[in-house]
Design a protein around this ligand. Structure first.
Ligand code: GLU
Length: 476
């Protein structure tokens, strides 16, 4: 008996990292549980010993926790339940809801090929269903290999999908599917039903790709006399070319987004919008608001598009409003530091905080601090060519050199003072202040864009600024 309590589960197979599509499924389960004061459970479907690796299970679990979705009960590892799955398969056999099938894989392959040649969809021909008890016993005593197949009843299978509405399948289209392989291992179809039943799952929320499994699972529930949970199948996620998300085009694992400097709250927020529409179509919306607003009535049936630009924008919004100490930790841990040959330990927290505060308005990801803001951590090794072409010439060179002398004597190293002196100097030398500012920016950052250059100069300190200008003059 399923209790009145809402109990949902996320059931990833650990054959890879946590895919963003899987993470979105997990999020909808989690939001539904939190909204309804229910339980959110995690089940690792690791029965495929060849493809599942325990390291990947751990990776998935840590990505789930990174995204802020903790399980409410101990994690279930499906492989530990295999004997229970077998026991239930044997019970179906005993109750004549399943039967021995003695076809060898070669025979089945042959039948499949014939069907293909005749251009008809292959469906198991039920030959073993008609074996006499005597023949079965004979085959068993000969030690023939067998699989157990579920005997699909006549009629139709119907259910009310929470997202798609009434969904009907004709049972005649479904073959007598295998529940126990000839090597004795139970298949996904039965394992998932047994575990969902044993875990008292009330709602199965998963991707549309599982829709065609649902009638088979409902038949198993019915054959076992178990209460059928409710189902909600979520729309698929496509990329901007309306194709299945592919590693070749975009990162697909939550882990990659973490390593690229996306905030978990931002990724969570973004993934929720893939199929769910908050009130007033808000796009930046807190986790608590999402919990409050979550309802399947606002979940779309149509596939959702993974829009990288939107994710970047949402991430930049979260960076802008994040606590500075939290940003500090993320910046110090970012793998982009090593990628840019920068050693965070060489800089103080106070220094990092100054850099973060001046640059965070411009960041789409945490990692960009080391790309766009690399000059805060090391001298530029080259200068933007277009900038040089536009701003550097023989006329300005002596003026810039004498400006450097002035700067050297600047006693009060604050941005107002530096700016006032620069403007005054430009005036006296009959050049535009901007002409010197452009060069200062090029010399100090190597780039033509940066946050306010006087603030950058204050953060870097007089010595660094002076040597960079020297280097620039020598170089050009
Ligand atoms: N383990 C299955 C998968 O990774 C999900 C099973 C389910 O949700 O029913 O696709």
């Amino acid at each position: 008996m399923i209790s009145d309590e809402i109990r949902v589960r996320f059931a990833p197979s650990p054959t890879g990292f946590l895919h963003v599509g899987g993470a979105r499924t997990a999020i909808f389960n989690w939001l539904f549980a939190r909204k309804n004061k229910g339980k959110f459970l995690l089940r690792i479907e690791d029965t495929d010993a060849e493809r599942s690796k325990s390291q990947l299970s751990q990776q998935i679990i840590s990505s789930m926790h990174w995204l802020g979705m903790n399980e409410d009960e101990p994690i279930v590892f499906q492989a530990l339940n295999i004997s229970r799955h077998k026991e239930i398969a044997m019970e179906l056999l005993k109750n004549k809801k399943a039967y021995y099938a003695f076809e060898t894989p070669e025979e089945l392959e042959e039948q499949r090929k014939t069907a293909q040649q005749n251009k008809i969809p292959f469906k198991y021909n039920r030959a073993s269903l008609n074996l006499t008890e005597e023949t079965i016993q004979k085959y068993l005593s000969e030690g023939r290999q067998y699989a157990l197949r579920f005997k699909v009843p006549d009629g139709i299978t119907e259910f009310d999908d929470i997202v798609h509405g009434k969904t009907t399948f004709g049972n005649s289209e479904i073959e007598d599917f295998v529940i126990l392989r000839s090597n004795g291992s139970p298949v996904y179809m039965i394992a998932v039903v047994v575990d969902d039943h044993d875990m008292k799952i009330s709602h199965i929320i998963r991707g549309d790709d599982h829709l065609s499994n649902t009638p088979k699972q409902i038949m198993l529930y019915n054959a076992l006399g178990w209460e059928v949970p409710k189902f909600a199948h979520l729309p698929m996620i496509l990329d901007e070319q309306k194709k299945k998300l592919s590693k070749r085009r975009n990162p697909v694992s939550a882990d990659e987004y973490k390593n690229k400097g996306y905030l978990p709250e931002a990724l969570f927020n973004f993934l929720t919008l893939l199929g769910f529409a908050p009130f007033n179509n808000r796009e930046v919306i807190s986790r608590q608001e999402l919990i409050n607003e979550f309802t399947f009535e606002r979940v779309n049936k149509k596939s959702a598009v993974f829009d990288m630009k939107k994710l970047n924008w949402i991430n930049s919004e979260y960076i802008k409003s994040a606590d500075e100490n939290k940003l500090l930790e993320l910046v110090k841990q970012s793998p982009a530091a090593a990628e840019n040959n920068i050693e965070p330990a060489n800089f103080s927290d106070d220094y990092f905080l100054q850099v973060i505060n001046i640059i965070k308005e411009r960041l789409q990801t945490i990692n960009e601090i080391y790309h766009y803001g690399d000059y805060f951590f090391k001298d530029p090794i080259k200068y933007d060519e277009k900038g040089i072409e536009k701003h550097w010439n023989d006329e300005i060179k002596p003026i810039f050199i004498s400006y450097q002398k002035l700067l050297e004597n600047c006693l009060d190293w604050n941005s107002d003072k530096i700016e006032a002196e620069l403007r005054d100097f430009a005036n006296k030398n009959n050049v535009k202040a901007a002409a010197i500012i452009h060069l200062l920016r090029l010399a100090i950052t190597g780039k033509t864009v940066s946050p306010g250059i006087f603030d950058v100069m204050v953060i870097l300190g007089k010595n660094t600024v002076y040597t960079r200008i020297n280097k620039f003059i020598d170089f050009n």
